[in-house]
Design a protein. Structure first.
Length: 110
C-alpha cells in the first residue's frame, strides 16, 4: 500500500513543524490501514521517522475541500519511532475522495 493524499499531507505538516526531511516519507511502508466513516488509522512498518513525543498532536486542523469537512490528525510514536497516523472528523463523515486539504495556520515551529 502506498501513502494516500491525506496521509502525505499530515506527515508533511509534521515534517515542517519538526524540521524533519520530507524525503523520509518516501521510505514509509504501510502495514495496515483501516478507514471508517469517522476517519482512518494507518499503521506503519519499522521506519526511521523519529519524534520524542508519544503522541504528536500539533498538526493544525484542516478543511477538506470542496465539502468543507473539518478534519484533524494525530501521529503516534513508540520508542521514538513512527507507528501510526490517525485522521478524524468533527461530526461529519470522513471524505470519500482524496480532496485538497486546507490547513489552518501553522503554529510556531518546535
Amino acid at each position: 500500500m502506498e501513502l494516500n493524499h491525506f496521509e502525505i499531507a499530515a506527515l508533511e505538516q509534521f515534517c515542517t513543524l519538526t524540521d524533519v526531511k520530507v524525503s523520509y516519507l518516501r521510505d514509509l511502508e504501510i502495514s495496515n490501514r483501516d478507514v471508517t466513516k469517522a476517519g482512518f488509522m494507518t499503521e506503519f512498518k519499522e521506519n526511521n521517522l523519529l519524534c520524542e513525543k508519544r503522541v504528536f498532536d500539533l498538526i493544525p486542523d484542516a478543511v477538506s475541500l470542496p465539502s468543507e469537512t473539518n478534519v484533524g490528525f494525530l501521529i503516534y510514536f513508540e520508542k521514538g519511532k513512527l507507528v501510526a497516523l490517525e485522521g478524524y472528523v468533527y461530526g461529519d463523515e470522513w471524505p470519500t475522495k482524496d480532496n485538497e486539504l486546507k490547513f489552518s495556520d501553522l503554529p510556531i515551529k518546535l
